[in-house]
Each structure stands twice: as C-alpha cells, then as structure tokens.
Ligand binder design. Structure first.
Ligand code: 13P
Ligand code: SF4
Length: 334
C-alpha cells in the first residue's frame, strides 16, 4: 500500500494516502486501492501545481467524494462555494449544469468537467424557446428555474432555485403565482408547502421518478422501524409516504443529527454510500437508483482533466449575463 504523504488542499490537508484509504476502506477492497491511490496521488499533486479545487456533488462515488474533493455538497452548496473560491481552476465532479453554474459565477476562472457528456434528464427536458412560450402564455408571471437546467434556460428566467431553497425562493418573489421549471415533481412538492400557485413543466429526473409509494410500503414492511428519507425530485406520493424530504445535503444533515438506527435514502446510490461511511453504526437499507450522468465522472478522468486542462466549460457572453443574474438573485434570496 502507498504510504506517501501527499499535501491535499483545504478539506483534506496533508493526509497520507493510508489515512485517505482509512476513509473509504469499508467501500473499497484493499486489492483495488493501489490503482485508485495512483490516481489520487496524481490529482492531489496536480491540484497544488495548478491551484485547482475539486467541487464534488453528493452523488459522486466515495473514492472521489472522500479523497480528492475539496468541497462536497448539494447543488446549492456547490454554487455558493464556486462563488467564494480563490482557486484558478475549478474541476466540477458532477454534471454539466453544475459546471456551467460554477462558470457563471467565476467568468474569469477555468472551469473543467471531466466528461462533457455528464448531462441530466431535467436539463434536457426544456429549452430556452419553451420558456419564452411559457412566458407568453402566462404574461407577468415570474419564472423560477431549478438549477438543473442549461445556462440558456437560466438566461430566460427571473431567478433560479435548488431543491434546498425552492419554497423560500417561490415565496420571496411576493407574487400569488409563479412558473416553476422544469421538474414537475419538485414543483408539486413545493406547491404542497406554500400558498403560492405554481405552474409546472413536465420534466422529470430519471433517477427519482422511478421510486414509488409501493416501494415505501414494501420497505416499511421488510425493514421494521426504517426511517424513509426522499429527495423532492421524487413523485409527490413518495414524498407523502416518507418521513423526511430534503435536498441531498438536508438528508445527510438529518442522518447526522437524528442518527436513525435504520434508514433508507430514496435517491442516487452513492449518496447512501458516502453518508454510510461517515456513520458506520447506522443500518442503511439500500434500494437506490444510479444516475448514469454522475457516474461518468471517475478518478481517472478527473486526473486527465487536470493533466490536459480538459474539458473547459464556457458560456457565451450574451447568455452568461442574464443567466448569472438569475443565479445571483437566488444566492441573494436564499
Ligand atoms: P441536490 O443535491 O441539490 O439536492 O440535487 C440533487 C440532484 O439531483 C442534482 O442533480
Ligand atoms: Fe439529473 Fe437526476 Fe442525475 Fe440529478 S440525479 S443529475 S437530476 S438525472
């Protein structure tokens, strides 16, 4: 096993590789570690040389999340941290819309995504032309846009939101009605918590739309006492049947604070893997769905991204200015 002392920046300062292995040993078999350790050592060195940070979403695999990431979190936290960083280079270990958001907030920095094909079914579900048509059919109604969209769609919007602040943003606008795009279920789940009327779009997350209320009933029958947490991209009947709903960060906080003896997270698989490594005493029940887009990011392509400075994410100036306003307004309001 490699024992070299590798100075990592920020969140994982000066940890020897053996210490990093300790963080993931319940997930990564010892026989696989030398291969991963070679990439990890290279990434940590490249980050120092290039003054780069790795921002990793909660759905990244534990080998990325617990070893090379400087900042981890939900979409809101990654946007906030992207706005704050003093690094020259941001590697976004997540999907394309997250990298675009980081670029909007850091126009002068280099933002890299290790795989350009890391997309999102929600971002694919709506275009800028769709938003213009929606506005035309609901004159004067503000458009609240989930961050899981392209910069071009954000540019047509009044304000962005995430799963962590949707209700707050919808209510902060002070209007009786809003258009909320593109996630139908996030819109309906938010509508259930507010008096503001919400006009929704028909987009769905391909990971969360697959959970059903029947799944929740079966989980409760098969795992007595299990506490069921669900992401608000799940259908409303799943949210109604679960014990807590929140963004990926809110779910992780819930587990950390309440320490349920047995828990299931109805969301992407790596989320449970990452949280379970932090709380070995808790029993995590594991039905979960993989996000094929998040899974495109690997230690290998993070290393290549830093070695070759690829793939750079850019946003045309005429889209970037209005899209940035919508993201910044979200950060100001919630
Ligand atoms: P959050 O991490 O913001 O809850 O979003 C989940 C998600 O699906 C991001 O793609
Ligand atoms: Fe998009 Fe769903 Fe994957 Fe998140 S989990 S990136 S919302 S497809």
């Amino acid at each position: 096993m490699l024992e070299t002392l590798i100075p990592n920046s920020r969140q994982t300062p000066n940890l020897p590789l053996a210490e990093l292995y300790h963080r993931v040993e319940r997930h990564v078999p010892e026989i696989e570690w030398p291969v991963l350790a070679a990439d990890i050592a290279a990434i940590l060195k490249l980050k120092r040389e290039k003054n780069a940070v790795v921002l990793a979403h909660n759905y990244q695999t534990p080998d990325i999340f617990h070893t090379v990431a400087d900042i981890v979190g939900d979409s809101l936290a990654l946007a906030r941290e992207a706005a704050r960083t003093d690094a020259d280079v941001i590697v976004l270990a997540g999907v394309h819309f997250m990298a675009e958001t980081a670029k909007l907030l850091n126009p002068e920095k280099t933002v890299l995504i290790p795989d350009m094909k890391a997309g999102c079914s929600l971002a694919e579900s709506i275009t800028a032309a769709d938003v213009r048509l929606l506005r035309a059919s609901h004159p004067g109604v503000p458009v609240v846009t989930y961050v899981n969209t392209s910069a071009a769609v954000k540019a047509e919007s009044d304000v962005c939101c995430t799963s962590g602040n949707a209700k707050k943003i919808v209510e902060a606008l002070g209007t009786p009605e809003v258009i909320m795009i593109p996630d139908e279920y996030l819109a309906r789940n938010t509508a259930a918590q507010t008096r503001v009327k919400i006009i929704a779009w028909k987009g769905h997350c391909e990971v969360h739309e697959r959970f059903s209320a029947e799944d929740v009933r079966e989980l409760r029958a098969g795992h007595p006492g299990v506490v069921v947490l669900a992401h608000p991209e799940c259908p409303p009947e799943v949210v109604a049947a679960c014990d807590f709903t929140g963004s990926t960060a809110a779910m992780a906080d819930y587990v950390g604070q309440k320490r349920p003896a047995r828990v299931v997270l109805l969301t992407e698989c790596s989320m449970s893997d990452n949280v379970a490594l932090q709380y070995p005493d808790l029993d995590f029940v594991r039905p979960c769905n993989l996000c094929p887009h998040m899974k495109r990011i690997t230690l290998g392509n993070i290393r290549q991204a830093l070695e070759n400075m690829t793939h750079e994410v850019t946003v045309p100036a005429e889209i970037a200015a209005p899209a940035r306003r919508a993201v910044e307004r979200m950060l100001e309001l919630g």
